[in-house]
Design a binder for this molecule. Structure first.
Ligand code: GLU
Length: 486
């Protein structure tokens, strides 16, 4: 078999939709699984949808997700240009459309909008227009005359009205449609640009694409693409149409729900590797139970024959879980690099931020979770004295007050505020007094944090706060508890 070649063919219209990321990934994985080539082609023929800066987003996203292309606008593999507007400028689409006209598989159409409007019908609440082949019947002379006089034209595919067209999709199986349903779609628009419908076939063929991976919104047009391949006498590629991705309510992913695009997810504090891992599983089930995959493992395991045709549901809870697993398995330096800005957004005082990062690393799902966990370091919150009461630790406000008063001089005398030293001193005290550890630590932790839940124990917190701040918080605790007991 010839070398597998797949492509990702985005239109530069903005951020990379999760569905597009998945398409890119599957195309990449199919190629890499077999040691093939993965190409990038920019489909910018729809000038109205073009968004400034969108091409840069495509490059950046592919780079961040490590879906590295072997060929593309920036890496010539000999079948370029890789940007459709540049291909259009070289005239190839028109040349190929003319070849189809010669074969009787396409024709010039000069109908104006007014006439086309009369062909519109409303079916199931949707306005559709099926072209009636009016211009197919123009004589050669009539066509030449119109062309010479400069009337605007499009070129349409000439589809049969009888019989059936069948094609095979790897996920959906064999699909047959009545030719009467295949309308004579436009191949070249009046602005001279090709439609996606035409350009995808010409380009995929000329670029030697063996497997076409794309969203299933193109499934219904694929019989028409097949007819184009056949009309040219070209080999039809393997089609892999990926199922829809929906949100938890089985509706389209939307920007508002925050999981529409790769960048939306990164902005919400997800790690690129986790997003890639999660998106790979949207429609593909590995053989075993493994869920966490590196990109290399995905390349090894991925088999498009295991893709499902039912819509894939984007499960935010699962992605969050996966993200937390990735955070746990990172080393601290790596984690800190990503978490630093989130920590600095909360902590303005001079503290050991890396230590704080190590406390939250295993306790968060996404980076924005950090703020609530660490804000007490920056300033002691107002807290309710009922927090000193803990049945399990057998503490209450009176025992806490007595304990803090007793411990204060010990902590005042203590010079070394490292976690180990503090823990040593307090353990000694616990042993001497024959207290339970929690009975001592609970009130201290409450006083220094003002929080019910903290990402670390009392001594670790004091280490970060330092002696002066720790003592001031304990004194404040004593004051609050004394006032209450008056
Ligand atoms: N330019 C098309 C899109 O962005 C690509 C479809 C395809 O992969 O063929 O939807």
């Amino acid at each position: 078999m010839s070398k597998i070649r797949t492509r990702y063919a985005p239109s530069p219209t903005g951020r990379m939709h999760v569905g597009n990321l998945r398409t890119a990934m599957y195309a990449y994985l199919i190629a890499k699984h077999e040691g093939g080539d993965f190409l990038l082609r920019i489909e910018d023929t729809d000038q109205e949808r073009f968004v400034e800066g969108a091409v840069e987003i495509i490059y950046r996203t592919l780079e961040e997700t490590r879906l590295i292309h072997d060929e593309g606008p920036d890496k010539d593999g000999g079948v370029g240009p890789y940007v459709q507007s540049e291909r259009q400028a070289s005239g190839i689409y028109l040349d190929y459309a003319k070849k189809l006209i010669e074969k009787g598989e396409a024709y010039y159409c000069f109908c104006n909008q007014e006439r086309l409007d009369t062909l519109k019908k409303v079916v199931d609440g949707q306005e559709i227009m099926t072209y009636d082949k009016h211009c197919l019947h123009l004589s050669k002379e009539e066509v030449e005359e119109k062309l010479a006089s400069g009337i605007a034209y499009v070129i349409r595919q000439n589809n049969p009205t009888e019989g059936k067209t069948t094609f095979h999709d790897e996920i959906y199986g064999d699909i047959s449609v009545d030719n009467s349903e295949l309308d004579d779609m436009v191949l070249i628009k009046s602005d001279g640009y090709p439609t996606y419908n035409f350009a995808n076939v010409v380009d995929d063929h000329l670029m030697g694409i063996t497997h076409v991976v794309r969203g299933n919104e193109y499934l219904s047009s694929s019989p028409k693409y097949n007819r184009l391949y056949e009309a040219f006498g070209w080999e039809v590629p393997v089609y892999v149409h990926c199922p829809l991705i929906t949100n938890e309510e089985h509706k389209k992913l939307s920007k508002r729900s925050g999981h529409a695009s790769y960048e939306d997810l990164i902005e919400q504090g997800f790690i690129s590797e986790a997003v890639v891992n999660y998106v790979a599983l949207l429609g593909w089930s590995p053989e075993g139970n493994q869920e966490i995959f590196t990109l290399d493992e995905l390349i090894k395991e991925f088999d498009y024959h295991n893709l499902s045709k039912s819509p894939a549901v984007f499960d935010m809870t699962k992605l969050k879980w996966m993200n937390s697993e990735y955070m746990k398995s990172m080393d601290l330096d790596q984690f800190y690099e990503l978490a630093e800005s989130h920590i600095k957004a909360v902590i303005k005082k001079d503290m050991n931020l890396k230590k704080i990062a190590s406390m939250v690393k295993t306790r968060i799902e996404v980076f924005p979770d950090i703020a609530d966990l660490i804000d007490f370091f920056e300033s002691l919150p107002e807290y309710d004295l009922s927090m000193y009461t803990n049945k399990k630790m057998k503490t209450g406000s009176e025992t806490s007050l007595a304990l803090l008063e007793e411990i204060l001089p010990i902590l005042e005398a203590q010079e070394d505020y490292s976690n180990d030293a503090l823990y040593g001193v307090l353990s000694k005290y616990v042993a001497e007094k024959e207290y339970k550890t929690g009975f001592v630590m609970w009130p201290i932790r409450t006083a220094v944090s003002g929080k019910q839940m903290t990402p670390a124990g009392a001594t670790e917190i004091m280490e970060v706060l330092g002696k002066e701040e720790s003592l001031s918080r304990i004194r404040k605790g004593i004051k609050l508890l004394s006032n209450q007991s008056l």
